[in-house]
Ligand binder design. Structure first.
Ligand SMILES: Cc1cc2nc3c(=O)[nH]c(=O)nc-3n(C[C@H](O)[C@H](O)[C@H](O)COP(=O)(O)OP(=O)(O)OC[C@H]3O[C@@H](n4cnc5c(N)ncnc54)[C@H](O)[C@@H]3O)c2cc1C
Length: 433
């Protein structure tokens, strides 16, 4: 009999892991998700070409592209409006796969539908949390399933053959493996996100990142422009130190559905305009605004313990810089399934997965604390706080190229490496004993 694999968490990482493990031949897979229903919560996110390549290999790219933008260009701006640099992205930058900007909810729905279609309607159990009781001497973990209120009536405690902690930044599986770690550290900044409905002619066809050393704005479309389309969806995200607010208030634990009025921060972005895109106009057109403290996780010295491991944010939550949160979760899931298919036992497989992924993810977590590719914005502000006439006098082209290339090299997501094709393909059914 094939092993029973329990995946804690039905976010991007957990659902992609279920599809990936099924694709290499595992059949007894259960995804346990704390939310009652998988709902389209959140705002937009970006999938870099390496993740898109893996989702293509899983056969769901066409469905994703029904509601996604092929991102072609990214522009960095000085707060005063000056263009610092522009980068071609995705297919335009020579990748064989596009970079996609899409709503997190759409990605999650497409993944969940595919899991139910391929693994069965019962493969995702909603409204139930995984609680880890003990790591046993044989390397398995005893888990107790709980209702959302903590009650256990009617729910089992058992030892799955393999436990995958895909339960996000406040992972219960991670906490069991690392008792005493506590809450995710906060860097004192707040993040606001939302999706706006705009007249198509007022939305730019590129992704923009703008700001200074304290305030940042990211704006990009979530709808492909097409003749005759009058309204498009535009994603926006802002960051700012909480101490710059008149009333920093209580920003809670960082739940993704914490709604706040736009008036809380709008005035800090007055006059922000970049090649025709007015940030205040985008903010005023939003459906809702959500506040989140900028938190990440310290890199861990170990992800895998016996037959239990971590993927996605549970393993390496990082600041939302450089479009890597969802991207790396997808790649983790595929790497894990590949390791499970190519090693004789789960414990060896989980160790091999960790060896393949942890060093690069640690580097990326640390690079994101240093602002990743957005470091050019701080540099431009530091050298020319009042703006500039010619960016070449402020940051020479070579220095700008070096900053971008250094970050792309961190996660091995440069075009030459990505275009080699997926390193995670295995013959169908390779995992069957
Ligand atoms: C509701 C929500 C909205 C988000 N919105 C955005 C956004 O707008 N933009 C963006 O870039 N990123 C967003 N993110 C984060 C982004 O999805 C992740 O950074 C990235 O995709 C990594 O995914 P993940 O699957 O590792 O973690 P997550 O996406 O956090 O998924 C973890 C899942 O595990 C579930 N879970 C938690 N604890 C348990 C438990 N004990 N047992 C069972 N299940 C558990 C959670 O309900 C969640 O569905 C959001 C995350 C969430 C949960």
């Amino acid at each position: 009999m094939t092993p029973h694999i329990l995946i804690a968490g039905g976010g991007i990482a957990g659902l992609t892991a279920a599809l990936s493990l099924h694709a290499v031949g595992y059949e007894r897979i259960t995804v346990v998700e704390a939310a009652r229903r998988i709902r389209p919560i959140g705002a937009g996110l970006n999938l870099m070409p390496d993740a898109v390549r893996e989702l293509d290999a899983l056969g769901i790219l066409d469905r994703l592209e029904t509601h996604a933008v092929r991102t072609r260009e990214l522009r960095y701006y000085h707060r005063g409006g000056g263009l610092i640099c522009r980068e071609e992205r995705g297919l335009r930058a020579g990748y064989r796969w596009p970079q996609l900007s899409l709503h997190r909810g759409h990605l999650q729905q497409v993944l969940a539908e595919a899991v139910r279609r391929r693994l069965g309607a019962d493969a995702i159990v909603g409204g139930v949390r995984v609680n880890c009781l003990a790591v046993l001497p044989d390397g398995r973990t005893r888990v107790q399933l709980q209702h959302r209120d903590g009650a256990t009536r009617g729910l089992a405690s058992f030892e799955p053959d393999v436990l995958i902690g895909a339960d996000g930044i406040r992972s219960a599986v991670r906490a069991a493996l690392n008792p005493g770690e506590g809450e995710p550290p906060w860097n004192g900044h707040l993040v606001w996100r939302g999706v706006s409905r705009m007249e198509a002619r007022r939305a730019a066809p590129f992704m923009l990142v703008a700001g200074d050393d304290r305030h940042k704005a990211v704006v990009y479309p979530l709808t492909e422009p097409s003749p005759g389309r009058r309204e498009v969806l535009v994603n926006w995200a802002l960051t700012m130190p909480a101490d710059a607010l008149d009333d920093p208030g209580d920003h809670g634990r960082g739940d993704w559905d914490r709604r706040v009025p736009v008036g809380r921060f709008l005035h800090h972005y007055a006059g922000w305009r970049f090649d025709g895109v007015s940030v205040p106009d985008v903010l005023r057109a939003t459906d809702a605004a959500f506040e989140y403290p900028m938190v990440d996780r310290e890199p861990l010295a170990r992800w895998s313990h016996g037959r239990t491991t971590l993927i996605g944010d549970a393993a390496h939550a990082m600041y939302p810089v450089g479009s890597n949160g969802a991207t790396q979760s997808v790649v983790d899931a595929r790497a894990l399934a590949h390791a499970m298919a190519t090693h004789p036992g789960p414990a060896e497989a989980l160790r091999a997965y960790e060896e393949a992924r942890r060093p690069a993810m640690t580097e990326l977590q640390l690079a994101n604390r240093g602002l990743g590719p957005e470091a050019v914005i701080n540099l431009a502000h530091q050298r020319a706080p009042g703006g500039f006439l010619d960016i070449d006098d402020v940051i020479p082209p070579r220095e700008r190229r070096e900053i971008a290339a250094r970050y792309a090299g961190t996660g091995a997501f440069d075009p030459a490496t990505v275009n080699l094709g997926s390193p995670y393909e295995v013959p169908v059914g390779a995992a069957l004993p």
